[in-house]
Design a protein around this ligand. Structure first.
Ligand code: ZN
Length: 208
């Protein structure tokens, strides 16, 4: 997971939307929330050398359990696994409304796009939690851009506009650190290639 996010961050710098930037971040949505961080052109690996576990920033006091043993982590709300859990939690609500319960996040996406109130509410909450996480990342890492990668790339219409507006509001007192939010234009191959490069060279910078 962390290696995937680090590789994705490296790929953005070489081939993607981070070319020419000094500071950026990639969030990969999957079974968890991967976070790749580049500071001053270098992959940030933290003191442990294992990379930032920024998916475990605690962003809510709602009792959403995280795989790490805590509750309320970003990852507990902002991942495919979390969306599956939200579907289960809202079963009764759909049944009460006489609607079928979506079988998986893909169906949840279709329902939200079709105007289903419960599905739209789940994505509204997703956007709110994502904005909180991004606020926290902005005040710590100050990325110029944050890229979204992984499972929800094609679904950004359901969260990106609202998240962008909420982030702007949360950072209204510090607009100089407001990151631009972008969906990654890169496919998985780019990350795999970059991951191999990082693994071989141990660095993000090309040795000339
Ligand atoms: Zn956690």
């Amino acid at each position: 997971m962390q290696n995937d996010a680090a590789a994705a961050a490296a790929a953005e710098g070489w081939l993607g939307g981070a070319r020419g930037l000094r500071n950026w971040m990639v969030l990969t949505f999957g079974t968890g929330l991967g976070t790749g961080v580049v500071i001053d052109g270098e992959l940030f690996m933290g003191g442990s050398g294992l990379g930032p576990e920024a998916g475990h920033f605690i962003i809510t006091d709602r009792p959403y359990r995280c795989g790490c043993g805590n509750s309320g982590c970003a990852e507990a709300v902002l991942s495919g696994t979390a969306l599956r859990r939200r579907i289960v939690e809202n079963r009764a609500e759909w049944k009460r409304r006489g609607r079928a319960v979506p079988a998986d996040p893909e169906q949840l996406v279709l329902r939200a796009r079709a105007g289903d109130v419960v599905a739209k509410r789940i994505f509204a909450e997703f956007s709110e939690m994502l904005a909180r996480a991004i606020h926290n990342y902005a005040v710590v890492f100050s990325p110029q851009k944050i890229f979204f990668s992984g499972g929800l790339k094609g679904e950004s219409d359901l969260f990106l506009p609202r998240t962008t507006a909420l982030v702007a509001n949360l950072l209204k007192g510090r607009p100089e650190i407001e990151p631009k939010l972008e969906v990654s234009s890169l496919g998985r191959e780019a990350s795999v290639l970059s991951g191999a490069w990082v693994a071989c060279s141990g660095t993000l910078k090309k040795s000339e």
